[in-house]
Design a protein around this ligand. Sequence first.
Ligand code: NI
Ligand code: MN
Length: 239
Amino acid sequence: MPSLNRGFALTWLGHNSFKLVTRGARTVLIDPWVEGNPACPKELKTFDKIDVMTISHGHGDHMADAATLGKKFKPTIVCNYEIHLFLQKKGVPSTSPMNKGGTQEVAGLRFTMVHAVHSSGIEDGGQVIYGGEPCGFVITLEDGTRIYHAGDTGAHADMALIGELYAPDIALLPIGDLFTMSPREAAVAARMLKPRYIVPAHYGTFPALTGTPDMLRDELKQFGVKSEVVALRPGETLS
Ligand code: NI
Ligand code: MN
């Protein structure tokens, strides 16, 4: 694994879920889907603590474990207003809602909510509940490192704004195709975002998610984008 010589460890839990442990020993769970996540290694389905949780949108493969883990570990849950209302109703104690363009500081880290192009309905008891707008997050760590978790999204022109405003060092980009960007869109996204590293996600979980890191490397070359692809295996850590 390349070492960034900075204080954090980012572990891919499979699909679009990540665990981030910062220099200040804060544990951030990004898009909590572990229990039913076929790509998540068993030993990573349990936690010692969770300080902060971010939720990009209402789909089950991004928040199925939000209520359970939210009640157990009482992390501050950073999410949109509609998901906040939903989780409150489920008895989750510590949501901290926000909306796109805003930033809030939690546990010494900064969370900026940014645009994503997707949907966000929450399935609950056979009904679909309005889950607000899907989003991504730029997380600014104690040492200033900026990690952009795109959530589920197609490529969109606001990524140029995200690049200009937040200049992410690392971009966690979906590449699986079908429900999100494919490697081709992700390469153009990276051209706008200009991250030093790309960690591909939302691929390989199911056969239908066909994008691969090698395809992304080819597309980046085609588009003349210099970002380096760091392809983690589920359970593997970038530190
Ligand atoms: Ni989704
Ligand atoms: Mn998804």
